[in-house]
Design a binder for this molecule. Structure first.
Ligand code: NAD
Ligand code: IPM
Ligand code: MN
Length: 355
């Protein structure tokens, strides 16, 4: 039996992050009431406003408090008033790295009744899982600059790949494939990134021997973009590095109907530190403050969180309540959505209560 009481840290963040997190919380509360678990939620005001008023991004004392939670729900961070990278690296990536959330789980699923930009695509053909390595690659910040601002300026940004880091991501991906349609695709760039990709490919080949029922495939990342658009049915589980995973999951989001629908979980599978759940999208400063953000990505992320907490029936109910609202929307986000962000959240919560 899973625990029935959970400590949840909530970081609404910036822009639409704040708007969609409020709706994800409604879904979490409704699921707890309906399925018999309780959450003790602590909200943390981290993000652009705090930084602009106090200069703080993530005080050590706050990080220690966050660490004392089972899970974190995050909206999005980043605002045009703060230079790029300050919040993204200093808050979001710092939490992913320090809490060793080495898996970024990003489902790409076309739900019934959702308009996709891909003509003729059906839900049966689009249901895949991207497993993005979440603590290494181009994201570590290894590199530097020299002679900055001069004509001789040099900037380097290195991709760091360890056998340990690659192998744990690959093993996680094989486990997921073994539970699903038994197919794993490595997505990389073996034809150019010969050092890093070779480590990935050899690791996949070696781990594959332990999963004889899982078919293994390989695609270059550029071709993966093509296949995601014209034949997503080719994929079951994709395993890839940090940067490629970031990029292909925005493409995946577009294929499944928009960023307003794409969920993600930053997982620490050992449970040594909290896992963190957030939509794939950012703070969307272009639409923030209007009630035009689609909260379903945040609600689907809450469903991943609830599943992680061990309440699989509740998680399925949240996913299906949110999915049931989608065909009733006129667009998947923006001024013509037909319902406001809070109206969508209320409707989802009502349907969870009746599940
Ligand atoms: P974005 O994801 O915020 O927005 C991209 C486009 O998608 C925009 O047109 C936006 O209006 C739309 N969109 C996003 N969420 C939506 C929703 N829920 N409903 C409907 N439409 C939605 O990406 P961006 O504009 O490149 O970045 C804005 C800021 O967010 C930057 O500071 C960036 O670093 C940050 N960011 C943060 C996260 C995160 O915290 N996890 C993720 C991505 C980007
Ligand atoms: C995402 C975002 C982040 C990333 C940024 C904001 C650091 O784009 O979660 O997809 O690149 O991982
Ligand atoms: Mn991204």
């Amino acid at each position: 039996m899973p625990n029935t009481h959970h400590r949840v840290a909530v970081i609404p963040g910036d822009g639409v992050g704040i708007e969609v997190t409020a709706e994800a919380i409604k879904a979490l509360d409704a699921a707890g009431d309906r399925f018999g678990f309780t959450t003790e939620q602590t909200e943390y005001d981290l993000g652009g406003s705090r930084y602009l008023t106090t200069g703080e991004v993530l005080p050590e004392s706050v990080q220690v408090e966050l660490d004392d939670h089972e899970v974190i729900l995050l909206g999005a961070v980043g605002t045009p008033d703060v230079p790029p990278g300050v919040l993204e690296r200093g808050l979001l990536l710092k939490l992913r790295f320090d809490f060793d959330q080495y898996i970024n789980l990003r489902p790409v699923k076309l739900y019934p009744g959702v308009p996709t930009p891909i003509a003729g695509l059906t839900p049966e053909r689009c249901d895949l899982l991207v497993i993005r390595e979440n603590t290494e690659g181009m994201y570590t910040g290894v590199g530097g600059e020299f002679k900055k601002g001069t004509p001789l300026e040099i900037a380097t940004q290195e991709s760091l790949n360890t056998r340990y880091g690659v192998e744990r991501a690959v093993r996680f991906a094989f486990d997921r494939a073994a539970e699903r349609r038994q197919k794993l695709t490595l997505c990389h760039k073996t034809n150019v990134l010969t050092f890093a990709a070779d480590l990935w490919q050899r690791t996949v080949n070696e781990v594959a021997t332990e999963y004889p029922s899982v078919e293994v495939d390989y695609v270059h990342v550029d071709a993966a973009c093509l296949y995601l658009v014209n034949s997503p049915e080719r994929f079951d589980v994709i395993v890839t590095d940090n940067l490629f995973g970031d990029i292909i999951t925005d493409l995946g989001a577009a294929v499944q109907g928009g960023l307003g629908l794409a969920a993600s979980g930053n997982l620490n599978p050992s449970g040594a530190h909290p896992s963190m759940f957030e939509p794939v999208h950012g703070s969307a400063p272009d639409i923030a403050g209007n009630g035009w953000a689609n909260p379903v990505a945040a609600v689907f992320s809450a469903a991943l969180c609830i599943a992680h907490l061990g309440h699989s029936e509740a998680a399925a109910a949240v996913e299906s309540a949110a999915a049931s609202v989608l065909p009733e929307l006129k667009t998947m986000g923006g001024p013509d959505m037909g319902m406001s962000t809070p109206e969508i959240g209320d409707l989802i919560a009502e349907r969870i209560a009746r599940a």
